[in-house]
Design a protein around this ligand. Sequence first.
Ligand SMILES: Cc1ncc(COP(=O)(O)O)c(C=O)c1O
Length: 455
Amino acid sequence: MEGRSVYRRGRMAGCRLRRLSLGMRFGDAERLPETRTLALAVRRNRLIPICLPPPVGPRPEKLPAKLPAVEEQPVTTPWYAIENAAEVPSPALLIYPERVEENLRRMIAMSGGVAGLRPHVKTHKLPQIVAMKLGAGIEKFKASTIAEAEMTAAAGGRDILIAYQCVGPGAHRLARLIQTFPKTHFSALVDNGGTLAELSAAAVAAGVEMTLYLDLNVGMNRTGIEPGDEAVELYRELTRTGGIRVGGLHAYDGHLHNPDSAQLAADAAEVRDRVSEFIGRLRDEGLEIPRLIAGGTPTSPLWAAHGKQELRDRYGIELDVEVGAGTTTLWDFGQAAESTDQDYLNAAVLMARVISRPTRDRICLDLGHKAVAPEMPQPRVRWFTLEDAEALLQNEEHLVLRTERADEYPVGTVVYGIPRHICPTVALQSEVVCVRDARAVENWPVVARARRITI
Ligand SMILES: Cc1ncc(COP(=O)(O)O)c(C=O)c1O
């Protein structure tokens, strides 16, 4: 159990609290008959929710060197709990920058260095996290909206792929982005001749050059053109269209997320084979491919490990391969369940309060589906300490949970949980709460939640 130690002394539910072991030293805690609620939690082998008063008395470093046994153990509170929860309105999404930074380090290690990494900003939509990425040496970004691209450029991003089709007004907005941020290199996707013509006209009219990637449909059947004759022709067309520069190929395999890692590896290898073969064909036609951008969270480690090497071994082609994982920045329990081989930290936590106890075995939280991604089945949140709870009803601002332990959660109790799907959960927040040293320290507006910032 991860945790941090704090020293507490005070009263809870009429019980005198001293330095209690709330970590996983349940055996110790059971020897504390006066802490009735704590002993209950111990029997059920989980940490109870506990609303401790603010710390009073000296901190551990000021205590005598020799601490008496049992009751004198340091209190360990879990990593996600905040000391000043009473000041934070709920529902709230808490972001833990140190955990984000650790995830960035793991992402860089996964991709074999920053050169092979183009993380997606759609997961967080926050300039503060773009700044962290820049601080970690990450220079390339993926975005899915013009607003995300604008937020990223304004935060200092200098190479941004809008992994999307900029159609209709999108073509002119892309041109305006290029004009507005001359130090940033923007690019976008194309998968048909009509969009290519539209983007070319917008680029020429604005007097700018647009870099476009050919978007390949590698099995997701969402966007893209299937690797084949037509795709070769469209790629050739790209090379001779006014106002357009060829970026290379984009292959997003979001349909691959089998939790069985052997099956995932086999499926991903098939996709890589198709893409490699297509690249070989383009090369045989004398066409240049500057770069390949591929993969989401499940397949990024596989692309990073094999993509470049396979092209070299099989076709003698030297090509930069970049991976575009996004969820890895904040992580969630849906992705953790699918990508069991990947090890990232939960860096975003939902905080809610019990607002009612309508029946003996039910509690109602202030976390409706306007605060957590509702496109997923229940449970949409995995609540710490409430593992037995079953989501019975979720309305716009209410979540009713059934739990035999409802009596341990009086109205006002603060609870914390991990969302199933973090990306749309972030997009539902107007601001998130930054947590440092177990305290909520500032609010960060979710800038790129807007569909339009200025452009
Ligand atoms: C085109 C594209 N690239 C990359 C990603 C990031 O993938 P993930 O959410 O698995 O990290 C997504 C996610 O939707 C995407 O649509």
